[in-house]
Design a protein around this ligand. Structure first.
Ligand SMILES: Cc1ncc(COP(=O)(O)O)c(C=O)c1O
Length: 356
């Protein structure tokens, strides 16, 4: 029996996945069977991982990054919460026995999973009129039991960037860590004026995913920490492996993800990613104008992501024409201008929209 062909990206407009770069695809194939979870047995892929983390450090303003290529943004977020909780527990006399984390309500749903599996309370703060974290609302929810404050650098639904330096002050005043979720935004933000990275503020940990805007193969996320003690807080001993300890959440990991992350970044950082950002941003602004011309309210694309107040019935009609589009929690149609989303795809989509 023949394996089914994977579906094409020709009509995929709301996904944060994309076609991997050819170099990433090739590297993924070659390292399919390597396990970076056991770096002593698989040193070649492990060396690629160290280099990949080094490039992620360069992209995020961190000279000596500690981290690894994770399975995705979800794992990075879970690990950030886990590290913060473990460090608070290890403080003399354990700082709290009922830890909480505070995030804006725009945070990705993976924080709900993190809170659930780690037994930590998740407090969600209201966002402002521009859909960014509101520092006063965050500060109000922070207390002596807060172990982590979360800021988002490129929110999933609207591409908003939270005020990271202010959130960092709020976190540190309370003795908590600051985690920045740049899972989607991290590969476009280096080409903007936003303050979002380790160099702009006292950020402790960050998630940044090569398998989203970075054009690596799935699974390739990134977890970064400013200090080694954060990774140490995640490490467990590994008696039956050649390597002696492991800080990752998964055990056996994808060598394909690691090698493809390295290959994509080696190929594209920085010039290729800059070009990609400029193309995606121009596409986002173009489709935003087309939505407006059709009379829809548009959430302006501050990063390459557009949401427009298109009625559900129209969204359903577009879906029945084969467009893979999905609404935000508030019902807007959302288009993520990923690398595979070309101007001609958007022209064809706009023509369908206008004909409805
Ligand atoms: C901001 C943000 N964080 C985390 C995630 C979760 O990433 P993953 O699906 O790779 O686990 C996403 C996914 O879209 C995201 O947009």
């Amino acid at each position: 029996m023949q394996v089914a062909a994977p579906q094409s990206f020709r009509r995929v407009l709301s996904s944060m996945c994309t076609e991997p770069h050819p170099a990433a695809r090739d590297a993924a194939e070659r390292f399919l069977a390597s396990n970076p979870g056991d770096p002593t047995t698989y040193p070649t892929v492990s060396a690629l991982e160290d280099e990949a983390v080094g490039i992620l450090g360069e992209m995020t303003g961190l000279e000596n990054p500690h981290g690894y290529i994770a399975s995705g943004g979800t794992e990075a977020n879970i690990q950030a919460v886990r590290a913060a909780r473990n460090l608070a527990e290890a403080e003399s006399g354990a700082r709290t026995d009922s830890p909480n984390i505070v995030a804006p309500e725009s945070a990705h749903f993976s924080f709900q999973k993190a809170a659930d599996v780690l037994g930590v309370e998740l407090r969600l703060a209201e966002v402002d009129a521009n859909r960014r974290a509101e520092p006063d609302a965050v500060a109000e929810l922070v207390d002596d039991d807060t172990v982590l404050v979360v800021g988002i650098a490129g929110t999933t639904e609207y591409g908003r960037v939270d005020p990271i330096p202010t959130l960092s002050e709020i976190a540190h005043d309370a003795g908590a860590l600051l985690h920045v979720d740049a899972a989607w935004g991290g590969f476009v933000l280096p080409f903007t004026d936003y303050e979002w990275n380790f160099d702009h503020a006292e950020v402790d940990t960050m998630g940044i995913d090569p398998h989203k805007m970075g054009q690596a193969a799935v699974p390739a996320g990134g977890f970064l920490a400013r200090e080694k003690r954060v990774l140490d807080a995640l490490a467990v001993e590994t008696p039956y492996l050649e390597s002696t300890s492991q800080a990752t959440l998964t055990g056996t990991r994808s060598g394909a993800g690691v090698a493809s992350a390295w290959a994509a970044m080696d190929e594209l950082w920085p010039a290729g990613y800059r070009e990609q950002y400029e193309r995606s941003q121009a596409n986002a602004e173009w489709i935003a104008e087309r939505f407006e011309a059709c009379g829809y309210d548009v959430v302006d694309p501050v990063l390459p992501l557009v949401a427009a107040d298109v009625p559900r019935k129209t969204v359903e009609e577009l879906q029945s024409l084969g467009w893979r589009v999905s609404p935000t929690g508030s019902g807007e149609l959302r288009i993520v201008c990923m690398p595979h989303v070309t101007r001609s795809m958007l022209e064809s989509f706009a023509a369908d929209l206008e004909s409805l």
